[in-house]
Design a protein around this ligand. Structure first.
Ligand code: NAD
Ligand code: TYD
Length: 361
């Protein structure tokens, strides 16, 4: 059977993956097979609006399962794989790195091998049309000083956390599968995302919900660490652009030109929650900010030079940080049922494990 217009997405029930799947079905419309293990971070409810959409097939399964990946490829004959699936939280990688090596390194290796076998069996025209798009992070480049130039595609890799190291390893595998076997790959390295459906263990949703509930807002260290924030919809549009027009074998940095100190982000969230849900008893939510023990090896600053993707492919972020953050706060406050649904026992256990000692100290 010939190659189809279908794409195989991995990790499409997670934060960025589900935003990508939803926008792809709405704007592009071609079929998606979505392979997701539905770990604590994957939520089928993110895709509730696609329940009666026959163009979306959610398969609960592991990217480390070679047989499953191989059978999905031969059954659905996709024209591309868009690979989001990963363990993605730095603090969890510090507490338990093994799952990161398994999914991010072994899982990417398994996908690459299955993709290579499938791609090798295509005819020449189909082989040149096929793409393996690997979604990665700016954290592979390590940390920057206050005056250092932003990360470019030629910045040397210097990962500092187990998460960053596992993503760096996966990037190297993807590169080698192109160089050695000719697999048509493209890799994207993106800065910190925020927006709807982000699991509330990450800074922005955690702070929105804790501010709303009047809980302490745990800022690591002095709060002076800097991240370059990108609205998730802009990341999805960049991935779409790279998938259709990116040059094979290349990497593209994606960023929001929105460097902010953590403390400034948290303060802004406090003010937005005060405005949208004033609470006379709590008063200003800024009072909830609590400086806690720092993350070991905490990278000080990330910044992305996204001029290559702008120059070559004409992509630019559309959302400004202030408006995107306002939209995001509004989304969480309007979706408290979604929040309740994903706050499982495992989630509560993680919050207890990560913050009990930090808040006590
Ligand atoms: P996430 O943790 O919200 O979602 C990850 C998804 O992968 C979940 O749905 C989970 O169930 C699934 N998954 C995990 N292990 C799996 C396995 N073995 N097999 C199949 N599915 C599995 O992550 P995210 O924030 O959406 O990140 C998606 C990708 O983007 C990751 O590769 C991450 O490294 C990268 N990235 C994230 C950010 C960010 O700010 N969140 C920034 C740059 C790059
Ligand atoms: P996070 O959302 O975990 O993303 P990453 O570590 O991948 O950048 O954290 C963003 C920043 O916020 C990072 O500098 C760590 C900091 N942070 C806190 O200060 N407190 C928290 O409770 C969390 C989860 C993060």
């Amino acid at each position: 059977m010939a190659i189809q217009n279908t794409i195989l997405v991995t990790g499409g029930a997670g934060f960025i993956g589900s935003n990508f799947v939803l926008s792809w079905r709405e704007t592009v419309g071609s079929p998606i097979v979505n392979l997701d293990l539905l770990t604590y971070a994957g939520n089928a409810s993110n895709l509730d609006s696609l329940r009666s959409d026959s163009g979306h097939t959610l398969v609960q399964g592991d990217i480390c399962d070679a047989e499953l990946v191989g059978s999905l490829l031969s059954e659905h004959r996709p024209r591309a794989i868009v690979h989001f699936a990963a363990e993605s939280h730095v603090d969890r990688s510090i507490v338990g790195p093994e799952a990161f090596i398994r999914t991010n390194v072994q899982g990417t290796f398994t996908l690459l091998e299955q993709a290579r076998a499938y791609w090798s069996g295509l005819d020449e025209a189909e082989r040149s049309r096929f793409r393996f798009l690997h979604v990665s992070t700016d954290e592979v480049y390590g940390t920057l000083g206050p005056d250092d130039p932003a990360f470019s595609e030629t910045t040397a890799y210097a990962p500092n956390s187990p998460y960053a190291a596992s993503k760096a390893a996966s990037d190297h595998l993807v590169r080698a599968w192109h160089h050695t076997y000719g697999l048509p790959v493209v890799t994207t390295n993106c800065s910190n995302n925020y927006g709807p459906f982000q699991f509330p263990e990450k800074l922005i949703p955690l702070m929105i919900l804790s501010a709303f509930e009047g809980k302490p807002l745990p800022v690591y260290g002095d709060g002076g660490n800097v991240r370059d924030w990108l609205f998730v919809g802009d990341h999805c549009s960049a991935i779409h652009t790279v998938l259709e027009r990116g040059r094979v074998g290349e990497t593209y940095n994606i960023g929001g030109n929105s460097e902010r100190k953590n403390l400034d982000v948290v303060t802004t969230i406090c003010d937005l929650v005060d405005e949208m849900r004033p609470d006379a008893v709590l008063g200003s939510r800024r009072r909830l900010i609590t400086f806690v023990k720092d993350r070991p090896g905490h990278d000080r600053r990330y910044a992305i030079d996204a001029s290559k993707i702008a120059r070559e492919l004409g992509w630019q972020p559309a959302e400004r940080f202030e408006s995107g953050l306002r939209r995001t706060v509004r989304w969480y406050l309007d979706h408290l049922a979604w929040v309740e649904n994903i706050r499982t026992k495992a989630y509560l256990g993680w919050i207890e494990q990560n913050y009990a000692e930090r808040l006590a100290g």
